[in-house]
Design a protein around this ligand. Sequence first.
Ligand code: HEC
Ligand code: HEC
Length: 292
Amino acid sequence: MSEESKKEIDEVTGVETVGHEWDGIKELNNPLPRWWLNIMYFLILVSVIYWVLMPAWPGRHDVTHGLRNYSERVEVTKQVEAMQNARAEKAQRLLQAASLEEIENDPELFEFASALGKITFADNCAMCHGSGGQGAIGYPNLNDDVWLWGGKIEDIRYTIAHGIRSGDPKSRNSLMPAYGKAGILQKNQINDLVNYVRSLSGMDVDEEAAARAAPLFKAQCSVCHGVDGTGNRMFGAPNLTDEEWLFGGDEESIRYTITNARNAVMPNWNGRFDDATITSLAVYVHTLGGGE
Ligand code: HEC
Ligand code: HEC
């Protein structure tokens, strides 16, 4: 008996069967909806067009490149090149600027320098100076208007390029003697000086001890910290009369500073970064808040 002859109308649904039957179960002839088939044919067509135009089939060593010869890698390389060219152009203009002030007054250059400076700062300076430049004990706050070596943008740029006690030939340098360790002063003299230094910023001290130390301070310390203790940027010597302390203003910290000296090191960055990046860092630090 042929299949054709087994076709019949199903009684329950009223749909024609295809003629297949398994143990009394008959298969109804419900074709796929037209719209569904149309979408499928359309997508098959799209994929054929795609194979022709775009890279699609893997070969033994390479892939088919398609008529458009598109390559994501080439596209990305092009974009990266365009970015580098834009950066190089701005970096060039940074270097050609007559002065660092000129950069700060040119909105486009300024934005470029601040952005580059900010990223570079986060990656290289934040571990010592804090993520917002707020500093920590032994690492100066770059947000305030207290500057050891100067807060003009040129001063800042010089500090960043050459460092402090960094070993760079043009490094900023000065060495406070370790008065106790080197045996220059006795313990009681240092104790008197602790009181004298604290009296400079108006803290409660042993007045007699402070008075005893006045001539000592003048003889030993005023060369760098100034006769009145207000500091000297030529030596990076901090102002001892303000309430800002780099290494701590409690008695123990000051005793430690005078006995052992600190002579903290700030690395020089001229070997690590190009001139445009160092300038950008200076612009960024200068605008952190306390620039002069
Ligand atoms: C290893 C820690 C360290 C890193 C990293 C570091 N610095 Fe410093 N920086 C210091 C110390 C310590 C001082 C203070 C030195 C001193 O006592 O004179 C300093 C001082 C400075 C000063 C001078 C502040 C003043 O009051 O005159 C500037 C500006 C500065 N750093 C900027 C930077 C920038 C920008 C970077 C990143 C490119 C950086 N530093 C990375 C430790 C560091
Ligand atoms: C050769 C210059 C020099 C001489 C002399 C000198 N100092 Fe200093 N002193 C510095 C410098 C520079 C610093 C800060 C930088 C560092 O040590 O990292 C400093 C830091 C200090 C600090 C820490 C201040 C703070 O903010 O934490 C104290 C306190 C101090 N000196 C006291 C003295 C006293 C007291 C004497 C004299 C017995 C003296 N210094 C002599 C250069 C000098």
